[in-house]
Design a protein around this ligand. Structure first.
Ligand code: HEC
Ligand code: HEC
Ligand code: HEC
Ligand code: HEC
Length: 380
């Protein structure tokens, strides 16, 4: 017997003893939910303690007060109200108080307005961005009912009290490949930040939530017939997107598929159709709203490649199957956010961010804080 064999046998014995006599090595308590017909084995199991942490992280704040819809319109009272002019004065002020809680609870009104109380001034990028975000939120609620239903979204659905939503994505080309043919890794084979920390194509989210690459890769026949031209890399990209979707919703594949036939819509739970609309919605808001705002953001608000931070499934869902567990905050802000106001695109493209007005921490610390958040949740 070689030394290694002896070590191996001894090691196995110690491990065996630990398994038999060791401390309490039970699996952590799980919450199990049946999501398909009895006998089809369609269950979703979730770590109970993580669920408690998620409950905590997805609480809904109260409206500051109930607003009176009567009285003079904000557009008549104030100087420079371009999108919300149709609200009553009380509704407008209620909304200002609400977004302060949703975006900048610590800094207050001066996160978007000057210290000297000139509320009409458009000199801060945060205000210019907010105006466009109001339009984006209205568009989500009006155009994407197939996804958000009557529950709808408010700024809080994404921001949850943070300047920048905690779960966003950006073009991820790190680390720079080494030079020469050997360094070419075709955008994969590193730990991809947004693809479930796998080595699958690291920009899969850009392929689907910005561009419209084909997601379906499944063949209908057991043997190749030449009809399905999807490559292995394409199937990996699909898988990477599916990992992002599962992680974002804290749900496994069976929430949307019957695993005996991932392609079959007939056998899929209804959530899959909602998800289909969600993919298109995320793609639309990234292209129609987020990308256009790129020049307005100062550099420390952009990703490493200089692109705007973008919306994925987790931006709203934050680890749960229905954002904020399906509680509708929109009900308190229907006049402000439920419908698009036909006010045209405010002039934001000529805005030049002035570095001295940037209030918030630099990118490096922002990235660190994302990492921290993840480990906190993981540790809980
Ligand atoms: C997250 C950014 C943000 C915060 C925080 C914020 N506002 Fe505003 N505020 C805006 C935007 C955007 C507009 C313009 C809305 C439009 O054009 O329809 C605006 C406009 C206003 C106006 C109209 C000024 C005018 O004459 O045109 C007043 C008044 C106002 N805000 C008050 C407040 C108060 C008071 C607070 C704090 C309780 C506050 N705001 C917090 C973004 C913000
Ligand atoms: C669908 C998700 C989503 C919704 C809804 C949303 N935002 Fe945002 N918001 C974002 C993302 C993503 C960014 C970060 C972009 C970046 O930094 O490149 C952002 C950034 C901002 C910023 C810049 C903050 C900073 O410190 O740089 C402000 C201000 C803001 N949003 C205000 C609002 C307001 C007000 C609303 C509601 C009317 C709103 N947002 C709704 C996704 C959203
Ligand atoms: C939140 C719902 C949801 C979850 C969770 C989900 N999927 Fe999907 N999946 C979809 C939707 C929607 C499509 C179709 C997208 C389209 O056609 O635009 C799809 C497509 C697919 C396809 C391609 C099917 C075809 O016709 O070629 C595969 C394979 C797949 N998913 C596998 C998975 C795996 C594996 C998981 C778990 C890691 C998973 N999915 C988790 C919703 C989901
Ligand atoms: C702008 C915010 C937002 C984004 C981004 C978003 N969702 Fe949703 N999603 C919602 C809201 C709100 C609901 C709840 C609707 C309801 O309760 O009726 C929902 C519901 C769902 C449901 C149905 C859950 C159920 O059990 O009925 C699925 C599945 C889903 N989303 C998947 C996705 C996927 C996949 C993505 C990314 C491709 C995504 N969502 C992106 C806001 C969002």
């Amino acid at each position: 017997m070689s030394y290694w064999t002896i070590f191996g046998v001894a090691g196995a014995a110690v491990l065996g003893a630990a398994l038999v006599f060791g401390p309490d090595w039970d699996l952590p308590p799980a919450d199990t939910e049946q999501v398909g017909y009895r006998g089809t084995g369609m269950f979703v199991s979730r770590d109970h303690e993580k669920q408690v942490a998620l409950r905590e992280a997805n609480q809904v704040p109260e409206a500051p007060w109930e607003a009176d819809p009567e009285g003079d319109r904000a557009g008549e009272i104030y100087e420079n109200v371009q999108v919300l002019g149709h609200l009553s004065d009380d509704q407008f002020n209620q909304f200002m108080a609400a977004i302060t809680e949703w975006i900048s609870p610590e800094e207050g009104c001066t996160y978007c307005h000057s210290e000297d109380g000139n509320f009409a001034w458009d000199g801060m990028y945060t205000k210019v961005v907010s105006r466009r975000m109001i339009q984006m939120t209205q568009a989500i609620n009006e155009d994407w009912q197939a996804h958000v239903g009557n529950v709808g979204v408010t700024c809080y659905t994404c921001h949850k009290g943070n300047h920048i939503p905690q779960n966003v994505w950006w073009l991820d080309d790190d680390p720079e490949p080494a030079g020469g043919a050997l360094g070419y890794r075709a955008g994969q084979n590193v730990v991809g930040e947004f693809v479930g920390r796998t080595s699958m194509p690291q920009n899969a989210l850009a392929d689907y939530l910005l561009n419209d690459m084909e997601i379906r890769v499944h063949s209908d026949t057991a043997l190749p017939t030449g009809v399905n031209t999807a490559t292995t890399k394409e199937t990996e990209s699909t898988w990477a997107l599916m990992m992002h979707m599962s992680e974002s919703l804290g749900a496994n594949c069976l929430t949307c598929h019957n695993s005996r036939a991932f392609n079959s819509w007939d056998e899929s739970p209804p959530q899959r159709v909602t998800a289909w609309h969600g993919i298109r919605m995320a793609r639309d808001i990234n292209n129609d709203y987020m990308v256009g705002l790129t020049p307005v953001f100062p550099e420390n608000r952009l990703g490493p490649e200089g692109d705007v931070l973008k919306v994925g499934c987790a931006t709203c869902h934050n680890g749960v199957q229905k954002p904020l567990y399906g509680v509708s905050m929109l009900q308190d802000y229907v006049d402000a956010l439920a419908e698009k106001t036909d006010t045209g695109v405010p002039d934001f493209e000529s805005f030049v961010p002035n570095e001295t007005e940037v209030l918030a921490p630099a990118r490096s610390s922002r990235l660190e804080s994302f990492g921290q958040k993840e480990t906190e949740v993981a540790a809980q």
